[in-house]
Design a protein around this ligand. Structure first.
Ligand code: ATP
Length: 422
């Protein structure tokens, strides 16, 4: 496609899908335009590649497009009116909280996979930012993290717009390494880490009135049945959520409403919002590929401007631990009806061997092995090569985001293994 102009009528959006090896530049010539709540300035150019996005206009606009898009179409059926309405509700709650030194809205977005939860969080965060707030984004989706690599639960204060080019600004993220992409592996650990995160976020909100008044936006996993549902209820309680937004599914909405009512929690508002017709469904293969690219983004940056560093050290220099029984703790391999005898929160040292090849390890902030469970991680390393003998001695080569010593002594292993992510 060559350079061309496209005019978008008011309250319409242009849905675009650009392949990873292609790019599309979008410029705004006239009117107003935004991508998931982040405004495009007049004359500004935004480059999209490997993404599926929508450019929405409130009052109509003239766009300039240059590059290749796999899919491109205009739609007038968008849920933006409903989204702006809930934003206005939250705006009132923030203003009220600011005037009485209280807590702003703690909003959790729930819904099945591919319902547009992450996108809704992004839109609402960007709208809050545009009015001068600094909301905290909490990502409990261990399958596809937006703040940190997969397998993490994380939170970050957001002060700058979340754009398609830069994603979430990550100045001071608080990251817990759960280590798995599904909570089934260790639901107790998941709950423990959510509670820990909640305590730390409460502490932060208590110290900073603006952070408290700005509130939080919590993104969740797409697993909304059985254990997935139980974990949603647990997180609502732990994070003291007062507004739950259900995207799409009516059944989930009424189930949550009735369960929260029974739990005598009238303080919690449960609202149902329409799912956007633009949300793109991802196959399990695409999800796997997305996970690998999130790990690649962590080490190489987006765009690829970071210079990760490969380091070879003696295996004995590594202090690797796992929480619970790791892979052995999976309920699927236990005889039906038997409970695991393993303590899901027990910390066990891991002997260095070939099985840690291609694994992502969290570098814990812990000062002692006992602390590993309750503290966050400073970053991650990726094990590229293991050359050890049967006695466990030899060398290990790992990739770190930069040169120099690691920001912590203790490493946390889960079950996240990525092949060929570079
Ligand atoms: P998950 O199942 O991983 O939790 P989700 O419910 O959070 O997914 P999103 O990640 O928000 O869903 O959306 C899925 C994909 O659809 C993303 O690539 C997103 O950029 C894209 N998308 C969302 N809304 C639109 C839209 N209006 N037009 C085009 N693409 C969109």
């Amino acid at each position: 496609m060559t350079l061309r102009e496209l005019s978008l009528a008011k309250q319409h959006e242009l849905r675009v899908e650009v392949l990873p090896d292609k790019k599309l530049t979008v410029g705004l010539r006239r009117g107003d335009a935004e991508i998931f709540g982040a405004q495009i300035g007049l004359g500004e150019k935004v480059t999209i590649h490997g993404q599926k996005i929508a450019i929405f206009t409130y009052g109509g606009c003239l766009l300039e497009l240059d590059g290749d898009a796999e899919v491109m179409y205009t739609s007038e059926e968008t849920p933006m009116e409903a989204y702006i309405n809930v934003h206005n509700v939250f705006e009132n709650q923030r203003t009220k909280a600011q005037s009485n030194g209280g807590q702003g809205p703690r909003v959790m977005v729930v819904g099945p996979t591919d319902s547009g939860k992450s996108t809704l969080c992004r839109i609402l965060i960007n709208y809050a930012l545009r009015l001068g707030w600094s909301p905290t984004f909490v990502d409990l989706d261990i399958g596809q993290g937006s703040i940190a690599p997969p397998g993490t639960i994380a939170a970050t204060p957001v002060q700058l717009p979340v754009t398609v080019e830069d994603g979430y600004p990550l100045d001071v993220p608080l990251v817990f390494y759960f280590g798995h992409t599904t909570p089934v592996q260790n639901a107790n650990l998941y709950k423990f880490q959510v509670e820990r995160m909640a305590t730390l976020l409460d502490r932060r909100a208590n110290r900073h009135p603006t952070v408290a008044a700005s509130g939080m936006l919590v993104n969740t996993m797409g697993w909304v049945e059985g254990l997935g549902y139980e974990l949603i209820l647990h997180a609502i309680k732990a994070l003291k959520v007062d507004n739950v937004l259900v995207v799409g599914q009516e059944r989930l909405h009424s189930q949550l409403e009735s369960d929260l009512r029974q739990a005598r929690n009238p303080r919690i508002q449960v609202l149902r919002l329409p799912k956007s017709g633009g949300v793109v469904t991802r196959s399990p293969e695409t999800r796997r590929a997305d996970r690998a690219s999130r790990v690649r983004d962590y080490f190489y940056g987006v765009p690829r401007t970071l210079m990760p560093h490969s380091e070879t050290i003696q295996s004995t220099e590594l202090n690797i631990y796992r929480v619970g029984g790791g892979r052995q703790a999976q309920s699927s391999i236990r005889p039906a009806g038997t409970a695991s005898l393993m303590n899901p929160l027990k910390i066990t040292p891991v002997r260095v061997g070939n099985e840690i090849s291609n694994c992502l390890l969290g570098v814990s902030h812990a000062r002692t092995a006992e602390e590993i469970l309750s503290v966050s991680v400073a970053g991650f390393i990726f094990i590229q090569r293991v050359d050890v003998r049967d006695d466990g001695e030899g060398t290990v080569t790992y990739l770190a985001p930069g040169p120099g010593s690691l920001p912590g002594r203790y490493l946390l292993l889960g079950s996240i293994e990525i092949l060929n992510f570079t």
